[in-house]
Design a protein around this ligand. Structure first.
Ligand SMILES: Cc1cc2nc3c(=O)[nH]c(=O)nc-3n(C[C@H](O)[C@H](O)[C@H](O)COP(=O)(O)OP(=O)(O)OC[C@H]3O[C@@H](n4cnc5c(N)ncnc54)[C@H](O)[C@@H]3O)c2cc1C
Ligand code: SF4
Length: 482
């Protein structure tokens, strides 16, 4: 009741004049909220049944020791919980925020299976690690000794950063090259700030810099150096460049103005959120304010676009997807959030053409019937004749997925072998590509995937690069120096 009074949650008839300043009220709220978080984390941690087979851990890509850190949290031993949590994950509070837990740890919690609702593992992971940051427990991982060997990492997304941290902790001089001005890859320019605050990413990057990782921003491999040149500089190299080639739609009218790719839209929005001045946002071409927005696609990128458009003040936001709700690739949790926020989903609808003269005014679409399953088990979409309709639009965002860029061509390395999907071909035991001493990790190997898988790959690649440098690379250097 005391808390309710402080927060002003009292019946009007009993309401007393509140003489505190706004700053005091905010401070009170922050304290009460912090206590609430403590209690919630503790309550959730206590719900863990400590089952014999930790399915949550089995389904966590970095094999987080979830039952142990839940138990420590329930006992109020947060610093120890932090130690256990950070032992397996380089960016635990980031995963706690943006992992699709319903498909991973929480979806496999035995309490969820018994229909009592999963322990909210991601929120507890976020809570433990945010508390660690607040209390100064998170320190740069400086090496005990320097190995005198230099490694190169191309790409500062979660895969590259996780590998860089692990390699630096082992004693390597680590150089990270990224073509963007800020480090973090899609953590900073893809995923919107309302899901992942950018200062949470920046403090991680700073932690790496404090450990001695050397960052080269605005450095595009292929333009500023070839892969061969980097191989001369470093004993081993990691390629962690992600996938950035947007899938496009070829349809009448697709060249009209205000039909834009998702990543361009989200990157601009993120840059504006970071305080950059962006002309395309100012002139309205990448700003949804006051517009009828149609997003094409059904993955997580599409969900980020619809939710960003709502926040920018769109008058309406519709999402067109050719399959139904249960077959969409995006997280069901994200869809639920989007619906709560006012997004309308137009299921089983596929775009056929765009209307308008110079600027788009609508999307002409057809209704889809889901037919028999194909060889992959997915029902084949079939157009329903005569079902076309037009969805009015002032801004159309294409969120149809991503493919790899032509890395062998860009890097001037035709001998860098790719799969038939354009991803880098690696030996899955060692993560080494077709080039000696050149490893790869993250989306450029898996295709568009998840942050937590990129972290896992980065950590595995770091182990393999260390083994390579010690057994092959370093002896070669020593011989060359003689
Ligand atoms: C809009 C969007 C939302 C997403 N939301 C989620 C989510 O909520 N949860 C989740 O788990 N996953 C999400 N993902 C997926 C996740 O972001 C990726 O799987 C993950 O970031 C892949 O990490 P990575 O390190 O392999 O690549 P990236 O994060 O893509 O990083 C690659 C880096 O390489 C750099 N680079 C590329 N080419 C070069 C070059 N030639 N020279 C130098 N540098 C180069 C890029 O600038 C970039 O910084 C989302 C993806 C998108 C697009
Ligand atoms: S890293 Fe992701 S999958 Fe693993 S425990 Fe954390 S939220 Fe769950």
């Amino acid at each position: 009741m005391a808390n309710q009074k402080m927060l002003g949650f009292v019946h009007t008839a009993q309401k007393m004049p509140d003489k505190r300043s706004a700053a005091d009220r905010r401070q009170d709220f922050a304290e009460i909220y912090a206590r609430f978080s403590d209690e919630r984390a503790n309550e959730q941690a206590n719900r863990c049944s400590q089952c014999g087979v930790p399915f949550c851990q089995v389904h966590c890509p970095v094999s987080n020791n979830i039952p142990d850190w839940l138990k420590l949290t329930a006992e109020g031993r947060l610093e120890e919980a932090y130690e256990v949590s950070q032992a397996t994950n380089n960016f635990p509070e980031i995963c706690g925020r943006i992992c699709p837990q319903d498909r991973l740890c929480e979806g496999n919690c035995v309490i969820e299976q018994s229909t009592h609702g999963a322990v909210t593992i991601g929120s507890v992971e976020k809570y433990i690690n945010d508390t660690a940051w607040e209390n100064g427990w998170v320190k740069p991982r400086k090496p005990a000794r320097e190995l005198g060997l230099s490694v190169g990492v191309i790409g500062a997304g979660p895969a590259g950063l996780a590998a860089a941290e692990e390699l630096r902790a082992k004693g390597y001089e680590v150089h990270v090259y990224d073509r963007y001005d800020r480090m973090g890859g899609l953590l900073v320019y893809g995923i919107p700030g309302f899901k992942l605050e950018k200062d949470v990413v920046a403090r991680r990057v700073q932690r790496l810099a404090d450990a001695g990782v050397i960052f080269h921003s605005n450095f595009e491999v292929g333009r500023d150096a070839s892969l061969a040149e980097l191989r001369e500089r470093h004993v081993t190299i990691l390629i962690a460049t992600g996938v950035y080639q947007a899938r496009d739609i070829k349809a009448p009218g697709s060249g009209l103005k205000n039909i834009v790719p998702a990543l361009e839209y989200l990157t601009t929005s993120n840059k504006v959120g970071l305080g950059d001045r962006m002309d395309a946002y100012e002139d309205g071409s990448l700003n949804a304010a006051g517009k009828k927005v149609v997003v094409l696609g059904g993955g997580d990128t599409a969900m980020d676009c619809v939710r960003t458009a709502i926040r920018q003040g769109a008058t309406s936001v519709k999402c067109l997807y050719r399959r139904d709700r249960k077959n969409m690739p995006g997280s069901q949790r994200e869809v639920a959030h989007a619906e709560e926020e006012g997004v309308e989903f137009v299921w089983q609808a596929a775009p056929e053409a765009f209307t308008g003269n110079d600027v788009v005014t609508g999307v002409r679409a057809v209704r889809i019937h889901l037919g028999v399953a194909d060889a992959t088990g997915r029902q084949t979409p079939q157009v329903i004749e005569g079902s076309d309709f037009t969805e009015p639009a002032d801004l159309v965002i294409k969120a149809l997925g991503f493919e790899p860029e032509d890395l062998p061509g860009m890097f001037g390395s035709p001998d860098l072998t790719v799969t038939r999907w354009g991803t880098l071909l690696v030996d899955h035991r060692t993560k080494m590509t077709s080039l000696d001493g050149v490893f790869a990790a993250g989306d450029i190997v898996r295709g568009a995937s998840l942050v937590v898988w990129a972290i896992r790959d980065g950590r595995d690649a770091a182990d393999a690069m260390h083994a390579y440098a010690q057994t092959v690379g370093a002896p070669k250097l020593a011989v060359a120096a003689e």
